[in-house]
Unconditional design. Sequence first.
Length: 455
Amino acid sequence: MRLKVALLAGINAVLLGTTAASAADLDQLVIEEPGNPWVVTIGAGVAGYAVPGVVGSYFEVDGSQVELESDGLALGGLIGISASTQLGEQNGTISSLGISGFMSFATRSSSSTIALGNDSSLFIPGITTPTGTITLTTDPAGPTAGAVVSGTADMNQVAAVLSNSGGATNGYGVNPDAAGGGFSYVGIATLTGAPNLAYAFGAIADETGGVFLAVGDLAGWEVNTEVSHSLVYTGGDVTFALTRAPEAGEPTITGYAGPSYRFLGQGITTEISVDAAELQPTAPANFAYPLYTQTTDETLDSHYVGGIVGGNITMPVAETASLTLGLEGGAYFMGTSYDVRETYAVSGGVPSAVDHSVENVIEMGEDSGFAYAVRTQANYTTAIGEAMQLSFGVGGEYLSRVASIGRDPAGITSAASVIGDDATYSGPHDNSDRNFLTFGDMWSFTLTAGITGQF
């Protein structure tokens, strides 16, 4: 059994498979028999992507903005398929047509937990915030606490502890919109002890936005934040290749060009949840506040349309094995859209469990520009049958323009006012201008294995 060198056109998306679609060429298993057989490769592997870091949604603790960034390498896998056929031979030059496609995916994430303290405040605004007013008052000297939601029609509510002669008092109320398009959520707590403690909080959420505000002695509260970043990268090429028919034992050199398409979809999810701590000992017994959660799902969809040009050299390293090195460049016009879906939810609670949520969809904008790519690969191929080969490849890619999200903390409209032990919110407010498209670059690598057959 001897390795047959055939002439596949273009970079094999299966074997390089990185964001750029792989540049390997199993293009290289030449068919010595007459005719125009198809050479088909199916492969899979692992991929890593270094893309710009993304900061999750901001919130405020004691008037200072808190952020969490998802960065580092995104890791995942890829699959791909390619096919090529010889078109003819003239004056010792063989022409061939190649078609290839691939899909890859990767993820990365980060998380944090912030513990709050006494005499503190917490403000979590959505990208847009709703119509309404939250008025919070606390007085540890009493101790007393009050929470009022107004200006929201049938979601208005009042919760107040006017006095507390001893022990701990906790309470909450959730008032859903009659049509199911939102909810309000208030809570209060006081403790007579050493020292006296008091806090109050309120939230409003509907299809125009969400907001959560708390003030007072918040020791024991936790704000949990998780930012996850997922990537889907896919694409395909159609290439026309020319190869100079080599003499026995000599390297095979191929050049190719053709149209190319790439799609890079990114999903950035920021989940902020507030675990309000009950003042102890709880009254009533077995009391627990519902969990408030704000989930911001941001989507970046980028389409790359253009062309590629490249070449590779295949060198025999044994009677049944060869080594291929490839280099490819691509130029693209790129268009990107940016959309947001925020979900506000309140769930759980004892003694009266609740479960309400509402979504807010925001179209953020679009942008376009030009990008270029450089891809490299090395591929080792060995024959495992008369018409079948096994290949192992390593590849890398640089893509010059990749969409990301910028945040401008100064652009946040501070709709909350905290004065001493009291706090208020009055809306609506549109903070969408604090979130905007930015662009960076991306590096990637792939490790792949593939099976090639001639038909």
